[in-house]
Design a binder for this molecule. Sequence first.
Ligand SMILES: C[S@@+](CC[C@H](N)C(=O)[O-])C[C@H]1O[C@@H](n2cnc3c(N)ncnc32)[C@H](O)[C@@H]1O
Length: 351
Amino acid sequence: MAILSNLNSLVTDLQKKSYLAYAFTRSALYMGQFESLYRVSKAFSPLVEVPTPYRDKAVEEFLMADVKSLYEEDAKLFIEKISPWVLLKPESLPTHFFRFSKILASGVKMSKIRKEKTHKKFKPSIDLSKYPDYFKRTFHFQVDGYLSTDSAELYNHQVEIIFNGTADAMRRMVIPVIHDATMGNSQKKILEIACGTGRATEMVAKSFTKNHLTATDLSHAYLVKAREKLNLDNVDFMQAAAEELPFKDETYDIVYSVFLFHEIPEEVREKAVAEMKRVLKPGGTLIILDSIQVDDEPRYHEALRRFPIDYHEPFYKSYTQWPLEKALADHGFQSVESKRGFFSKIAWGKK
Ligand SMILES: C[S@@+](CC[C@H](N)C(=O)[O-])C[C@H]1O[C@@H](n2cnc3c(N)ncnc32)[C@H](O)[C@@H]1O
């Protein structure tokens, strides 16, 4: 018996070490791309500043430990078999670096956009007619914003560059909360709001293969990409605005969103929470994962201040001043909890 338990802990330890080696190597790959992207962008616009907060020694030490604890939490999902290891399968290097070359080119175009302040100007082939004003803008290194398939192709990769390879692990913070909310019941219906190109969708769908997941987003182009990548029996996609969901009251057991709320103005945020609540069944769980907010971690204050400037995120600052926990409580959610993981925070509550 003792031998078996020793063997088990040896395997767990090996799995954890392998995961950490994988995750930090992946981070190093994206950190290198971060430096190159910034240097190339700066060469084309004096307005671009290579972000400095992480150059502070104390913050850097804290940050390394913080990322490690994010990764250790993430490792548990695989070790405890909540999520399948296949989610960590890397793409081929030629595909990766070919896309990175496109991201560099987009960095150069973005420098021009910054210089000329043309964040709301799109090429004529893009149909803007069906989208609200707040949605029609470029951001990060996405010259077409959420509005083209070219942009959709670059999106996940450039988000990982910005977060030095931690974005996927931060997204996966929704999984333990969904795990607790489903309690192994395959009848529980899940709704994702703002699925983008389907990164979190894939993680959730492959972790809860017996549950049905409806994934929605406002962007037609991003949904096209998500559908193209994910052809899973337990997922369907639908174009929908978070503030006007096309579902009947009390349809879903779990409703979640990842990285949506910092992208929308406050009045839309309020409507979105109300809509997410409306479509939840009584006792259902609402989960919102997004950036950390003011006072969540003082050592990241400078990064919080720079983020909307570096990445053209006009609603980010007001989002950071809109505490998620209070928003959920104000909308009548019970047992509200939250947890920070590196630069993200997840908050959840029961209807
Ligand atoms: C930062 S991305 C996050 C995407 C995805 N959840 C992820 O983890 O990569 C924000 C997403 O919100 C979508 N979005 C923005 N405003 C929206 C709205 N009002 N309703 C639904 N989706 C919206 C965008 O199209 C985009 O896909």
